[in-house]
Design a protein around this ligand. Structure first.
Ligand code: DAH
Length: 340
């Protein structure tokens, strides 16, 4: 009998199952009411008394072995089921919740894409600037009111007084200082002004600066470039008009209006019934600026322009309150999520 028990123990050890049917076979064969273990227990009667205790113990061990194996098989099957479930290739994909681009990012990216199609590359500069890059190199006289505490946030940085840049024109200076013409670049970025926050003004906003320097660049090139931009951004019907203006870093300078896309230039409360909306400032780079940045104004000419991203976004998305852009109200942001 002892040999038989050993043999059965070996069988249990070597047994393997593949599914619930073979699991059931194992259970019935070893542990069922007519199974081998039960049978052995009933034949214990005919074992000589002096061996009974030893045989009883061996049989108990065998029973435990079979039960343990049964539990193991059950676990094996259920974990197998779980893995099969995870790799079910026919299962429809779960929809993943994707985030959305901020409306200002959408507009900035569109501006970049429009200018990159005519050869402009993106350049960036620091938001904490020195006086030279934000003002002096751009031909701001020392007493110019734009340097006044009213407009500029000044900060102490070690010995040096620095400022939060008030416009992205500072990046023009950095690009001209560090490269040789031809230069065709746009510089998107955040700028800061010391303004009281309201629906129409904010202490930070975003601009995209443009710069083109080469031999024989003319005001006609500037005008055509801006017309191309307006049509790409606001549609084929868009028109522009240039009004003479003043900026220290350009001569001549102009402000540019685009025909109102909200009322088709017929007149509405956004364009104040004029049919035109101001979108940017521009001009031919002042020879003093070229000189300050190491470019010979006798050889090269160029134009520059600067536009407000919020302004363009306002026209595209009809958002009238600037504060909405930085409040992160999900109800506002959701409106720009595709498919929501
Ligand atoms: N920097 C000007 C501003 O902040 C915008 C601007 C005007 C940029 C004319 C230019 C330019 O490059 O030529 O309002």
């Amino acid at each position: 009998m002892k040999e038989y028990i050993d043999e059965l123990a070996g069988q249990i050890e070597a047994y393997s199952i593949t599914n619930t049917a073979t699991l059931e076979e194992f259970r019935i064969h070893f542990l069922g009411s007519k199974g081998v273990v039960k049978e052995l227990f009933s034949s214990l009667k005919s074992v000589p008394n002096e061996e009974k205790k030893e045989m009883g113990r061996l049989l108990n061990d065998l029973k435990i072995k079979a039960e343990t194996k049964l539990e193991l098989f059950k676990e094996q099957l259920s974990s197998q089921e779980k893995t099969t479930e995870r790799i079910d290739l026919s299962r429809p994909a779960e929809e993943s919740a994707i985030g959305a681009h901020h409306p200002l990012s959408l507009v900035r990216n569109e501006i970049i894409s429009i200018f990159s199609r005519i050869g402009y590359v993106v350049s960036e500069g620091p938001e904490i600037e020195d006086d030279w890059h934000n003002f002096s190199a751009l031909n701001f006289p020392p007493e110019h009111p734009a340097r006044d505490m009213q407009d500029t946030f000044f900060i102490e940085k070690g010995e040096k007084e620095m400022a939060l840049r008030t416009h992205t024109s500072s990046v023009q200076v950095r690009v001209m200082e560090n490269s040789t013409p031809p230069i065709r670049t746009i510089s998107p970025g955040r700028v800061y002004r010391n303004e009281a926050i309201s629906a129409r003004a904010h202490c930070f906003f975003h601009q995209v600066e443009g710069l083109y320097i080469d031999k024989n660049v003319s005001f006609a090139d500037l005008k055509q470039t801006l017309l191309y931009f307006a049509k790409e951004m606001f549609g084929e019907k868009a028109q522009i008009r240039l009004r003479p203006s003043y900026f220290p870093f350009t001569e001549p300078s102009a402000e540019v209006d685009v025909s109102c896309s909200i009322c088709n230039a017929e007149g509405c409360n956004v364009c104040k019934y004029s049919g035109w909306l101001e979108i940017l400032g521009c001009g031919m780079v002042d020879p003093n600026v070229l000189k300050a940045c190491g470019i010979d104004p006798e050889v090269y000419t160029g134009f520059a322009f600067g536009m407000g991203v919020e302004r363009i976004a306002q026209l595209k998305f009809k958002v009238s309150d600037l504060r909405l852009y930085s409040e992160n109200d999900v109800r506002f942001l959701k409106q720009f999520t595709p498919g929501v």
